[in-house]
Design a protein around this ligand. Structure first.
Ligand SMILES: Cc1ncc(COP(=O)(O)O)c(C=O)c1O
Ligand SMILES: N[C@@H](CCOP(=O)(O)O)C(=O)O
Length: 463
């Protein structure tokens, strides 16, 4: 299995190389040259299997020669060992045709743990074998950063540096990033929004001197391995509701488009998905794009679902690559237009492709709050604001007889203020995190400036 860049001009890599490389050297994102497919019988055989077994079957075809079967089985076992639910990703019924896929039982209480716990193990094995050390850089609107720090803290072969937007993550999210005491963890609060953090991360990858000097690696969903690990729960949940013998739909609270892109990959692998519904908060660039064909950046407006406060949606590039018939030059042109003018227009053919595969909807702040309150009153389920955005949009997209699975992407205790204001419940953190508010914090503030950030990172990793 080989990996190519969405912009068509970077070296073709193996799974392990693509995983350790992060952003392609032409600025694009790595994707598999071909997507492996399953027969209906192979999909049916996943029903009732443990999550770990489904992870092995779904991910293995993408690995090529990078990891032996034994190595990979051990990696999977370790990755999910610390999850707080035996099913790993349990389904809860909300209504006759509506189900919630709880993806928040991992160590940092967000869906990011599914991929990040796995990547931590994959990096450790691969770097150990190569005898290499890397600097992992990540941009976060709150959840990726805490999941990455949890997965990599204390590992000998990595420094992990996380940029987060100052004042724009919840207190729990911030403390998850600033309280670990391991010396290989570096949390940096950037004066800007998430898009600024993500842009500086991409700038660092495009500064080849810096990139090669510090041996930069990335664990945002820039990294294909992140997306791949998220494909698994589409299979586990759909087969438990009767796929492949009946179709299911998914609604996905969306920001950087990684999670819903994983659903798109599952569909291409043969999982019979009826509709994939993009759910956005008031930062609704993806919903607007599907409606109008114009991808136009606006200022990020802080919301009660801060992890989705994103306007430059990184993985949209991956779906555009398919929408343009895998024409890297067309994608590179659109990304250049976005960089220069803050906008691009999707061609008619590409727009039809997008509309064929995705529906979309948006939830305002009031609608999100009302959904948290209504869900608690009717079902007892306390939703985090991101999951509530998903539930609200899903309710509008329900089709009789087709099960709808909404992804619950974070635990409500990560956003206690918004949840309590909406439904009067103050969700408790798990016992192991009970002293989070007492632990000392360690964070460095920095301007939204590439040179300043690079200098700070070099200082931190050489200390
Ligand atoms: C809680 C939560 N929900 C939803 C999202 C959106 O996911 P994606 O960026 O993969 O679209 C994020 C951030 O990525 C998140 O942290
Ligand atoms: N919502 C994310 C933003 C980064 O997304 P990623 O999936 O590309 O890592 C976060 O919580 O940091």
């Amino acid at each position: 299995m080989q990996y190519v860049s969405t912009r068509g001009k970077a070296p073709i890599l193996s799974f392990e190389e693509a995983m350790l490389t992060g952003l392609a050297r032409d600025g694009g994102l790595y994707v598999p040259e071909t997507i492996p497919t399953f027969t209906a019988d192979e999909i049916a055989a996943m029903a009732g299997q443990p999550y770990e077994e489904i992870a092995f079957r779904v991910m293995k075809p993408y690995l090529g020669e990078s990891f032996t079967d034994d190595e990979f089985r051990q990696i999977i076992a370790k990755a999910y060992d610390g999850f707080g639910h035996d099913a790993r990703a349990p389904l809860v019924q909300l209504g006759p045709d509506h189900f919630l896929l709880e993806l928040f039982h991992g160590p940092t209480l967000a869906f990011k743990d599914f991929a990040m716990q796995m990547i931590g193990q994959l990096f450790e094995v691969a770097l150990g074998r190569r005898g290499e050390r890397v600097t992992i850089i990540g941009a976060t609107s709150g959840d990726t950063g805490s999941a990455a720090i949890e997965a990599f803290r204390g590992l000998d072969a990595v420094d992990v540096v996380i940029l987060f937007p100052q004042g724009r993550v919840s207190e729990v999210q911030r403390r998850q990033m600033t309280t670990p005491s391991e010396s290989n963890v570096h949390a940096i609060a950037v004066e800007g929004d998430f898009d600024d953090c993500q842009a500086r991360v991409k700038d660092m990858f495009n500064d080849f001197d810096f990139r090669d000097r510090v041996k930069l690696a990335g664990v945002n969903s820039i990294n294909w391995a992140r997306v791949l690990a998220q494909v698994v729960y589409y299979f586990s949940s759909a087969t438990s509701l009767g796929a492949p013998h009946r179709k299911v739909s998914f609604t996905v609270p969306t920001g950087n488009f990684g999670d819903i892109f994983a659903g798109f990959v599952a569909q291409k692998m043969g999982l019979p998905i009826d509709r994939l519904v993009i759910a956005t908060n008031q930062n609704d660039i993806l919903h607007r794009t599907l409606q109008s064909g114009a991808y136009t950046k606006e200022a990020v407006v802080p919301s009660i679902s801060p992890s989705m406060d994103i306007q430059v949606s990184s993985n949209f590039e991956r779906v555009l690559f398919d929408a343009y018939g895998r024409d890297g030059e067309a994608v590179a042109q659109q990304m250049a237009d976005l960089g220069q003018g803050g906008a691009f227009r999707v061609s008619q053919g590409a727009l039809e492709f997008l509309r064929e595969h995705f529906d979309s909807g948006r939830a305002s702040e009031d609608e999100t709050t009302a959904t948290i309150a209504r869900s608690f009153a009717h079902t007892g389920e306390v939703l985090c604001p991101h999951s509530a955005v998903g539930v609200k949009v899903a309710e509008e997209a329900l089709q009789p007889g087709v099960p709808m699975i909404t992804l619950a992407t974070a635990h409500p205790a990560k956003f206690p203020a918004a949840v309590e204001a909406a439904c009067g419940v103050s969700p408790a953190l798990p016992k192991r995190m009970a002293d989070l508010y007492e632990r000392p914090e360690r964070v460095t503030d920095c301007a939204n400036d590439l040179a300043a950030l690079e200098a700070l990172i070099e200082e931190k990793i050489s200390a």
